[in-house]
Write a protein that binds this ligand. Structure first.
Ligand SMILES: [Zn+2]
Length: 172
């Protein structure tokens, strides 16, 4: 980017910072209001943290998806008299981030749900595939990791085992 363009861009941001900020705040307040009424904050099925919302209308859910990601699915309830509903689901760290961001804007009741969901999520053990180091504490860096039948093996541990074997063989 030529310096002149950069300068123009900076001027643009300084001039419009106020309204760019208020746009983001508007989205946030809208989200808080919408989820206060039609959302739920859970740590439930399959030990997954979820922010969900169900609606007969699809557009509010599409707005949520545009803002935060997640997925939308449609459901026909078993009772045919009930109307077709759409459900938006956001999971994982993004869901945690959204819960923390919205927390101060929500009612006591919703804050209780958020607290409970986050507490459950924090105690969830990190799955083996996500651990940053082997049981002996060697970091699973690219050089130190070997894939064996779909799981990670530690090269440092392998080397230590090989060395031990050599020493034992020599001692014999
Ligand atoms: Zn190791």
């Amino acid at each position: 980017m030529v310096p002149r363009d950069r300068e123009r861009l900076q001027i643009f941001f300084i001039k419009h910072r106020g309204c760019l900020m208020s746009m983001a705040m508007r989205d946030l307040y809208w989200t808080a209001g919408f989820l206060e009424g039609d959302g739920s904050f859970l740590f439930g099925k399959h030990e997954q943290l979820q922010v969900t919302a169900a609606q007969v209308q699809k557009w509010p859910l599409e707005r949520l998806q545009r803002l935060y990601g997640g997925s939308i699915s449609g459901h026909q309830p078993e009772n045919p008299k009930w109307s077709f509903v759409y459900r938006w689901i956001l999971t994982g760290p993004t869901a945690a981030g959204l819960m923390m961001t919205l927390y101060s804007l929500m009612s006591e009741h919703r804050r209780g749900q958020i607290k409970q969901a986050l507490a459950g999520w924090k105690t969830k053990p990190v799955s083996n595939g996500m651990k940053p180091a082997c049981p002996q504490g060697h970091a699973y860096t690219e050089e130190n990791t070997r894939l064996y039948r779909g799981s990670r093996r530690c090269r440092s541990c392998q080397r230590e085992r090989d060395n031990l074997r050599t020493v034992l063989r020599r001692a014999a």
